[in-house]
Design a protein around this ligand. Structure first.
Ligand code: NAD
Length: 358
């Protein structure tokens, strides 16, 4: 076994069907007496439910969180946080609501109690992001990592089937890249393999029977593992490409992850044989066909499998390959503009990936 470093960044996690009812207790445990609830406009109903559950502990509700955390929403909510003398943040929703809470915490150091309703995993990471003049800045700071997380699978019942699958694939991508991370370690690899197993087995069951509470719980458990992996070890080519495609071409977050994952895995497969072995064991497929199997999983669940389907223009592929290779970053396989252009071409057309192509 190689030497390794494992940084524990523990959060308190309350997991289970109906556990949203514990929110008042948990807020009190955190010392919150003037909480600021944050959601998107679409999830206002849920934010108001949380408001009812915490009663007098609520100082205000903000329902204007949107994807990629635009600066004006941060400034507007920071002003409210100050005016209302807020002492804690309670985001309910996906990465967009949790992202806004993190941006506020970055400036105020207020503690976060997160109630995630998608599988993106932001609640388990110290990573923040914010968009100003079309440019997304990201960084890492432990102050933004939620102190308490309530995972209630019942809150995922309303997640549309397309977002259920793509958000789940997003969490699988965290696990896949965690297995070949520069600072991979045996503990995180156990979590990553288990996360892939939990998600790849539960997503088809949820689509077959949306009321399958066991499958819903397993998927949220996999998402927790995926978020933990993302927050603990560095990522590589897959996350870099998704960041470029989302940031520069405004492609939808979870769908971009879904499309790119099989191609990034195929690209890295020859350079990460141990990771490939664990992925194959987790999804129950041949080691030579992990990328193809993940592609088939997405296709069988009816979500987009090509960049063309999610709005990428073929004429932008050259520039995307250039941006994605401008600055060096860790990846198990060598990253060259020409081979990344080739990867993007395959992903654009949605051609089932080969075991490896570099
Ligand atoms: P999202 O939060 O943008 O949600 C997408 C839509 O689905 C929204 O309209 C939301 O209201 C709705 N929704 C969410 N949960 C629902 C539910 N249970 N039922 C019905 N509707 C629901 O999507 P996301 O994929 O969770 O998050 C994407 C964002 O999170 C991106 O900006 C991404 O960069 C960020 N992110 C950050 C990290 C991190 O560690 N900082 C990790 C992953 C993602």
């Amino acid at each position: 076994m190689e030497n390794f470093i494992y940084d524990v960044q523990a959060s308190r996690v309350i997991f289970g069907l109906g556990k949203i009812k514990e929110v008042q207790n948990e807020l009190e445990n955190l010392g919150g007496q003037k909480a600021f609830i944050i959601s998107t406009q679409e999830q206002e109903g849920l934010a108001l439910e949380v408001n009812t559950l915490i009663g007098d502990l609520c100082a205000g509700v903000y329902t204007k969180a949107i994807q990629h955390v635009p600066l004006d929403t941060v400034e507007e909510s920071l002003k409210l946080v100050k005016d209302l003398n807020v002492d804690s943040l309670v985001p309910v929703g996906g990465g967009s609501s949790i992202g806004l809470a993190k941006a506020i915490a970055l400036q105020t150091a207020l503690p976060i109690l997160a109630i995630p309703t998608t599988y993106a995993g932001s609640e388990m990471t110290p990573i923040w992001g914010m968009t100003e003049n079309g440019l997304k800045k990201t960084g890492k700071n432990l102050v933004v990592k939620p102190k308490t997380v309530i995972y209630d699978p019942e809150l995922t019942y309303t997640l549309p089937s397309r977002l259920t699958v793509t958000s789940g694939m997003n969490a699988i991508a965290h696990c896949v890249e965690g297995l070949y991370a520069e600072n991979a370690n045996p503990i995180i690899s156990i979590l990553a393999e288990e996360g892939i197993r939990a998600l790849s087995s539960s997503l088809p069951k949820i689509l077959a029977d949306p009321s399958d509470s066991n499958a819903r719980s397993n998927a949220l458990y996999g998402c927790w593992l995926g978020g933990t992996v993302l927050g603990s070890v560095g990522m590589a080519l897959h996350h870099k490409l998704c960041h470029v495609l989302g940031g520069s071409y405004n492609l939808p977050h979870a769908e971009t992850h879904t499309v790119i994952l099989p191609y990034a895995l195929s690209y890295n497969a020859n350079y990460a044989p141990e990771a490939v072995k664990l992925i194959a064991r987790a999804v129950g497929c041949d080691e030579n066909d992990t990328a193809g199997t993940l592609f088939d999983l997405a296709a069988s669940l009816g979500v987009p499998t090509s960049l063309e389907e999610i709005g990428m223009k073929e004429s932008d592929l050259d520039q995307a390959a250039k941006i994605a290779t401008e600055n060096p970053y860790y990846n198990p396989g060598p990253v060259h503009e020409k081979s990344i252009r080739q990867l993007l071409e395959l992903a654009y057309k949605g051609i089932r990936p080969q075991p490896s192509f570099v």
